[in-house]
Design a protein around this ligand. Sequence first.
Ligand code: 9G3
Length: 573
Amino acid sequence: MRYSEMFLPTGRETPSDAEVISHQLMLRAGMIRKLTSGIYSYLPLGYRVIKKVEQIVREEMDRAGAQEVFMPAVQPAEIWMESGRWKMYGKELLRFKDRNNREFCIGPTHEEVITEIVRNEIQTYRQLPKNLYQIQTKFRDEIRPRFGVMRCREFGMKDAYSFDVDERGAEISYGKMFEAYTRIFSRCGLQFRPVEADTGSIGGSFSHEFLVTADSGEDGMVYCTSCDYAANLEKAEIDRPEKYEVEESELLPVEEVYTPDVRTIEEVCQFLDVTARDVVKTLIFVADDSPIAVLIRGDVEVNEIKLRNYLGCDSLELATDDIVFEVTSSPKGFAGGIGIKSDIIADYSLINMKNFVMGANKENYHVKNCNMERDFAVKDFADVRMIEETDTCPRCDSPIKFARGIEVGHVFKLGTKYSKAMKATFLDKDGKDKYMIMGCYGIGIGRTAAACIEQNHDNDGIIWPLSIAPYHVIITPVNINDEKIATVAEKLYADLEKRGVEVILDDRDERAGVKFKDADLIGIPLRITLGSKKLSEGKVEVKFRKSKDVDEVALYNVEDFIVKTVHEGLGER
Ligand code: 9G3
């Protein structure tokens, strides 16, 4: 492609509302333009990257035995009513009516659509398993779209759905997708980790997120320094600690203490001269309309995702003041285990606590020297707290590390959540009607490209890996008006194109410095510089964008050199 003909509006200045580097560089490199909040257009250079990512996705999905379909973006409300999700989602689901006043939404995902298709076409176990995927526009009306295409409202997603006869089959489908995702993100040149994740609102039993490690990532992850355990911060497990035996004599007598207006942990520690590890926090929640007290050590935090999963409830909120009063006979800040009018779940952090401080369930009072069993009953112990850097790996007890990541993929085991709700059944070997076991698998296409920039950039701009670079090579004649340089440039451009190399010829009548800056900004992996001095010696310079190495290559050899470098860089499939 000739640079002078390209629609490639590069820019120098950093856009003010772009907070992350990928957003800044995708704007400055002329890859995207914002149409309105959370809605972007891909310009030619950006769209070439999108198509490269999609191509890798298609190759690996097809290799895994999935079959590509293309479903509508517009979805009728009826199937969302069948699945029970029409009422479940709020403003994030963009709804509208057609000319006949019928209700629709723009699909944020396609579980309902694919299940509606499959339930009409699959009747027996002989037709299973199936894995159907698409690359389709999704719309999720995010409250606060930000970070460019990383968290936008309209975006391209590869979403796949698997259908199996039983759990074992579903495991195999999940494993195939897990492997395909590992290949896809590796081929896109990303450093990533699959982490155990929560299944969130879609239910189902298990899920992994594929997180690209980046400090700008919105997702927190924990990973083990020695085994391959890794989990989303919200899901990371904590081992149940060993219970040490305690002598009766060690348990001091309970003592009520007047603590006027002392409510928070800090205030209690200050007033009673104890540390947060000696205090128990009592949080009152309402789970599916029934109050529950959660007790946790003063220095750690409740993880509401874990708590919700442990309780298996649909709704979980912190109790309002009046419910706190009902359950603890006192306003907030004095809740405790003794005399509380609700069941008690104790976090594992309480297991070896003794003689601790707790609210007295009496306004302006706390109690000292509390001990479980002796002073109050605990219905159950559970892992319901946020993991900390001081915790150890739940699998092998080694130290763990925290990191931030960008979620580029998410694979879910769905079980029969949708097949049951929408009656997608099949006749099994014994002629019995069974619900299909489903899985679903998503990849954010634009987000994958953006994540690649987050991991591959420097002060000069983007550094594309060859696999998803918009072009492989840019030929930069330092002076296009020099007859000799122009002739060599045109020939090299034609020869490389003939050899299947994707090449830009920067034929602009611009100073070399401007050309070099643009080549670095848009991140083309290889730059061939044609200068008269080197040419007179029969040489050209090849600059590698990533390493910044500059190789001197004989002009007669540069074509083969480039073809070889590109093929090596694209690696074996
Ligand atoms: C909605 C809205 C937003 C949503 C969903 C539904 C996320 C929703 C989860 C998934 C699960 C998987 C198939 C591809 C991979 C992800 N946000 N999810 O279901 F109505 Cl407004 O989409 N779906």
